[in-house]
Design a protein around this ligand. Sequence first.
Ligand SMILES: [Zn+2]
Length: 194
Amino acid sequence: MIDTVICGIRFSDLIIQMEEFHGYRSPGILVGGLMLDVAQEEMKPTPYLNAVTETVVCLPDAVQLLTPCTIGNGFLQIMDWGKFALTLYDRTTLSGVRTWLNADVLARFSLIRQWFERKTPAEAKPPFEKLAAEILEARGDLIRHRPVRLHRALKDSQHVTTIRCPECGEFYPKRLGPVCPACKGDAYFTYYPV
Ligand SMILES: [Zn+2]
């Protein structure tokens, strides 16, 4: 298990890297690493790699840890669908591979099922080492994949016209209306009085 290589990284090193990046040892990042491994194996190597994750948890960090695609460089898109699936594609050809967790294997792997179907944070988490061993044992059956073609590149490369908000004086995209979202009433904060 220690010698397993995932996305070119030894398992034992991957555990350290995910702790540094994600904050703790994450079964979801391990599964994400296996998904990325499969997707990259099935794709022609490309310098124009893009990624889409279909959940906001774990998988975005697996992509950012193990590929050049990040939220900040725009090559990772995140869909809040709550599905444990991700797609890698070449943004010049729009061809890629979608991978997802095969729900059919959950009946055979009880720790993976316990982790995956955990409905509330209060439910017991399987110990990481045992769960990771089961994930690696199941890896061949656990990850399904199929080639896909994107309908369009998901990176928003349109030039954004910005204007100055008449109320706060900060710049924001013009398409959002005559005042910025915060001044319109959508602010997620209140300033403390000065
Ligand atoms: Zn404003």
